[in-house]
Design a protein around this ligand. Structure first.
Ligand code: XUL
Ligand code: CO
Length: 443
């Protein structure tokens, strides 16, 4: 990886380059599984994952929750002037990212620099920081996986942005998206994300759902047309989430978003950025969400994290569950990888994880979980009888009448005649426990 970048000041003192040391290493500040040059299933681990650091959680998230204020006090967050403060934060971000050695980052507009209520002033601030980021990207080799606009924190978005009942609010959302697209394009960003945090409703009593969804589609078309006109060739991603902060969010889950994209003629430009904890909130496993997206050909990118099994909200913890991630990597490999995106750690250290080292441990653990899971998944697919067992389960459709059914050649009467002729079907095991054990065997 590139050399470590520090600004005038070193923020993560005492930390050097994080290196791959192998599974025998006892060093908590080393990768044990993520050897970025290791080739698995025909690609390096670096290329499989395109790991990204999330600006918002890592450099803005101060540990506050609904019951208490900040517990993380950042040295880079002290200056009075917004642009100067943002530059300090960017120095800290690139220092951390170069020490960690991951190839990408992601941001919302307001993560990079604080916004005022003046659109022109905000554009100037963001452009100043984009120029600063350009230099840092060139010096470090770190690239922008995706940019996005935060259309959910400001109070004007309390009833949504693109789905706001007030057109005036929608236009403020558009101004922000334009600036965020310009920033993403200027920085060579490979993708652009729309997460509709408040694009939904709290009560159906005051909501015209049909109109709001039409406005959302129109807004997305308008943004996409603008970006394409500016020469943006990357993907647009929609990030599904069922709720939180709204009671009901329109981009509920992968299947819902696929229906929406189809209905409003957005497939082709838009793919999915799936997030683990959002899948959990929708009552799905993450592997399910990935499979739904892969089947539609739009498995674009991933926000990696995990929820808490006892909690019903978005806890955004770093991923550590090998079994869960291995199942997901089996889906990923069979889908032929992500389309244009990567693995962004949309995850935060806990409120009481207050050492600078915690941010390193968290990312190292997440990275190693994915690396180990991918290696395990590849072994299962290459060396075990997993694929054979799965294929055999559907063998009755591979020839004879089953094949004719798949080809659309049989009538309902034909199917009835077959049932009578063959009598009662044999009992065939689904072998679930066998397959679950297979994963543990290969881990
Ligand atoms: C919120 C969330 C966002 C998106 C980007 O749950 O995941 O941070 O990833 O707006
Ligand atoms: Co996310």
């Amino acid at each position: 990886m590139a050399t470590i970048l520090t600004g005038d000041k070193e923020y993560f003192k005492g930390f050097g380059q994080i290196k791959y040391e192998g599974p025998e290493s006892d060093n908590p500040l080393a990768f044990r599984w993520y050897d970025e040059n290791r080739v698995v299933a025909g690609k390096t681990l670096k290329d499989h994952f395109k790991f990204a650091v999330a600006y918002w959680h890592s450099f803005n998230g101060n540990g506050s929750d609904p019951f208490g204020g900040a517990t993380h006090v950042f040295e880079w967050d002290q200056k009075a002037d917004a642009v100067e403060r943002a530059k300090d934060k960017m120095d800290a971000a690139f220092e951390f990212m170069t020490k960690l050695g991951l190839p990408y980052y992601c941001f919302h507009d307001v993560d990079v620099v604080d916004y005022s209520d003046d659109i022109n002033e905000n554009d100037r601030r963001l452009q100043t920081l984009v120029a600063y980021a350009k230099e840092k990207q060139a010096a470090s080799g770190i690239k922008l996986l995706w940019g996005t606009a935060n259309l959910f924190s400001h109070k004007r978005y309390m009833n949504g942005a693109a789905t706001n009942p007030d057109f005036h609010v929608l236009t403020h959302g558009a101004a922000q998206v334009k600036a965020a697209l310009d920033a993403t394009i200027a920085l060579g960003g490979e993708n652009y994300v729309f997460w509709g945090g408040r694009e939904g409703y709290m009560s159906l009593l005051n909501t015209n759902m049909k109109r709001e969804q039409e406005h959302l589609a129109k807004f997305l078309h308008t943004a996409k047309d603008y970006a394409r006109k500016q020469g943006f060739t990357g993907n647009f991603f929609i990030e599904p989430k069922p709720c939180e902060p709204t009671k009901h969010q329109y981009d509920y889950d992968a299947a819902t978003v696929i229906g929406f994209l189809q209905k409003y003629d957005l497939l082709g430009d838009f793919k999915l950025n799936l997030e683990v904890n959002h899948a959990t909130l929708a009552g799905h496993t993450f592997a399910h969400e990935m499979q739904v997206a892969a089947n539609a050909g739009i498995l674009g990118s991933m926000d990696a994290n995990r929820g808490d099994e006892q909690n019903g909200w978005d806890t955004d913890q770093f991923p550590t569950n090998l079994n869960e991630v291995t199942e997901c990597m089996m889906v990923l490999l069979q889908a032929g990888g992500l389309q244009g995106g990567g693995i962004n750690f949309d995850a935060k250290v806990r409120r009481n994880s207050t050492d600078p080292a915690d941010l390193f441990y968290a990312h190292i653990g997440g990275v190693d979980t994915f690396a180990r899971a991918l290696i395990t998944a590849d072994n299962i697919l290459q060396k075990s009888d997993y694929l054979k067992v799965l294929e055999e389960r559907y063998a009755s459709y591979d020839s004879g009448k089953g094949k004719e059914f798949e080809e659309g050649k049989l009538t309902l009467e034909d199917l009835r005649a077959y049932a009578i002729e063959q009598g009662e079907p044999a009992t065939i095991s689904g072998k679930q426990e066998y397959l679950e054990n297979l994963i543990n065997r290969y881990i």
